[in-house]
Design a protein around this ligand. Structure first.
Ligand SMILES: [Fe+2]
Ligand SMILES: [Fe+2]
Length: 243
């Protein structure tokens, strides 16, 4: 595998080999919405040992279970995101809500009540976000790849809206990703506290929340840094007047 260096951005480290996300997760280096930072700057900001982390990443064995999303077509990529990350989210959310409900009823601490509030906001935001991607953006991306233009989705109709472009919903999705990342940070500040570790329900709940967070990081990374730039590039090349 190609070695990484300190000047690579966090997003490109994960694109170059998706299994590298594991080391970045371990040190809470943000390859999701903060992926444009170099490894050197990110380690400096968190007072982490840069050389140790470079060595750890470079010593990783290749993991064939990780999909190399950078080599997928646009249609394969949206299908992959939908069938893995969207499906995972829809399965996990009801299970976490049930555990949270049980935990809040049993313990009624201020932190758990706050966690419950934040998670419900996250669920509302994510549910609406996934629906927009599945009903508008992903079908538009599939059409862009198949036809070189978006034919059947009303909000992209250039005859009624000459400024309609795939970059508009993408900008909106990126803003929503930032909002989700902010909520995940708030959840983390609560579940990082040790005083919840005495209860099996809480232990299962917090492990599930951590799993959801990790999956969302990978999900958002694939959309922000692989899918969105490629979709915008595809639309730009399709609209080129020299063709
Ligand atoms: Fe998504
Ligand atoms: Fe998204």
């Amino acid at each position: 595998m190609e070695k990484i260096n300190k000047d690579m951005t966090l997003k490109s480290i994960v694109i170059s080999n998706p299994s590298r996300y594991r080391v970045l997760e371990k040190y809470r280096l943000d390859y999701c919405c903060g992926g444009n930072k170099t490894l050197e700057d990110a380690c400096f900001d968190k007072s982490l040992d840069l050389e140790k982390i470079i060595t750890e990443i470079n010593n990783l064995k290749k993991d064939d279970t990780q999909v190399d999303v950078d080599n997928l077509s646009l249609t394969e990529l949206v299908d992959h995101i939908d069938s893995t990350h969207h499906v995972f989210m829809k399965k996990e959310i009801p299970e976490i809500l049930a555990l949270l409900d049980k935990a809040v009823n049993r313990h009624k601490t201020d932190d758990l009540i706050k966690l419950n509030e934040i998670f419900h906001t996250l669920v509302d935001d994510i549910t609406a976000h996934l629906e927009k991607e599945e009903k508008i953006l992903f079908p538009a991306v599939r059409e862009l790849e198949e036809f070189g233009e978006i034919k059947s989705i009303a909000c992209f109709d250039k005859s009624t809206n000459p400024l309609a472009t795939v970059a508009n919903p993408i900008n909106q999705m990126e803003m929503e990703h930032d909002a989700v990342a902010g909520l995940l940070k708030k959840i983390n500040t609560i579940i990082d506290k040790d005083d919840f570790k005495q209860c099996t329900t809480l232990e299962i709940l917090f492990n599930k929340l951590k799993g959801l967070e990790e999956d969302l990081h990978r999900h958002i990374h694939k959309e922000n840094y692989v899918l969105f730039p490629k979709a915008i590039e595809k639309e730009g090349s399709s609209n080129c007047s020299c063709k």
